[in-house]
Design a protein around this ligand. Structure first.
Ligand SMILES: C[S@@+](CC[C@H](N)C(=O)[O-])C[C@H]1O[C@@H](n2cnc3c(N)ncnc32)[C@H](O)[C@@H]1O
Length: 285
């Protein structure tokens, strides 16, 4: 599919689902912004509010990415920037860049650039498969639930390696398949996700590890955090305010899609991972 067509499909999907994400996980610090990732809960006491658990996920990703003062960080597929803002909040002296293919997301995130520029990441519209940054620019590249949309996982890992400094770290937080046989119902769930959420395929976790190894990464640590993730559909029996997607569009109700994903996670057919890997030292001889 042509790049432009794919961009438009992704933009349309996220434009239609924006009111639902805004309702589920509003950014507690920035009006109009919202997280588009699953929540994280360390201990199963009182269930956390969606916005808080989404913030906890950002913090867990930041912690595992070992972000330090003065580093240059790329949030690839940053959405409206909730993770990028949190990185800047925790490490104000880091240089934080957020890129996303959806113009609407970057437009929303950029509204905060003027208000508080010293604590704001730098946002731009870019396709993570063809980044406009020089080779060796970044200490960290983070994909928070954006990797899953990639059509060319090998190309994406190679592009990530290109823009990383040697010994830089890639972090990928996303859903990955396990090598189990799927029932007909599970195959159907995956087909629905692919069609309606613009997911070309859901990679097996071992394939991702092999891909990273083959492309010059080591210290690969795939952490299965499925037991700690909490999806907004755990909290909602029906769509917020009865909202559903445009009935005339081909999109299904996002809750049905996320509930399908939850089923795969609960049955162990897929897992939610935060994977980190380090780019090998570049051979300069
Ligand atoms: C589930 S959302 C996650 C957004 C954000 N990382 C967050 O955690 O809130 C996935 C994001 O990936 C972006 N995306 C999908 N394909 C992309 C591409 N080729 N290049 C850049 N961003 C992309 C989408 O526009 C969307 O904002």
């Amino acid at each position: 599919m042509a790049n432009n067509e794919r961009r438009q499909e992704i933009e349309t999907f996220y434009r239609q689902t924006a009111p639902i994400f805004l309702k589920w996980s509003p950014d507690p610090k920035r009006i109009g912004l919202y997280a588009m990732h699953i929540g994280y809960q360390q201990d199963w006491g009182e269930p956390l509010d969606n916005s808080i658990s989404a913030l906890q996920m950002s913090r867990r990703i930041i912690e595992l990415s070992e972000i330090k003062s003065g580093q240059v960080i790329l949030d690839a597929g940053c959405g409206v920037g909730t993770l990028a803002f949190e990185i800047k909040h925790i490490e104000p002296k880091a240089g934080v860049y957020g890129i996303d293919i959806s113009r609407n997301h970057i437009h929303l995130a950029s509204q905060y650039e003027d208000r508080d520029d010293s604590f704001c990441p730098i946002f731009s519209i870019q396709d993570y498969e063809h980044l406009a940054f020089r080779s060796g620019t970044f200490d960290r590249i983070i994909f928070c639930e954006s990797f899953i949309h990639s059509q060319d996982k090998t190309g994406l890992i190679q592009e990530s390696s290109r823009i990383l400094k040697s010994k830089g770290i890639i972090t990928i937080a996303d859903i990955f398949m396990h090598p189990h046989t799927l029932t007909k119902e599970e195959v159907d769930i995956i087909a629905e996700l692919k069609t309606h959420m613009h997911i070309p395929n859901i990679t097996h976790i071992q394939e991702l590890v092999a891909l990273l190894l083959a492309n010059g990464f080591s210290c690969i640590n795939p952490r299965n955090i499925t037991e700690n993730v909490v999806s907004p559909v755990d909290y909602h029996d029906s769509s917020p305010n009865g909202q559903s997607l445009d009935a005339e569009s081909s999109h299904q109700d996002i809750e049905t899609l996320l509930a399908g994903l939850q089923r795969l996670l609960r049955k162990g057919k897929a897992g939610y991972y935060i994977l980190t890997a380090q780019k090998n030292k570049t051979n300069t001889t």
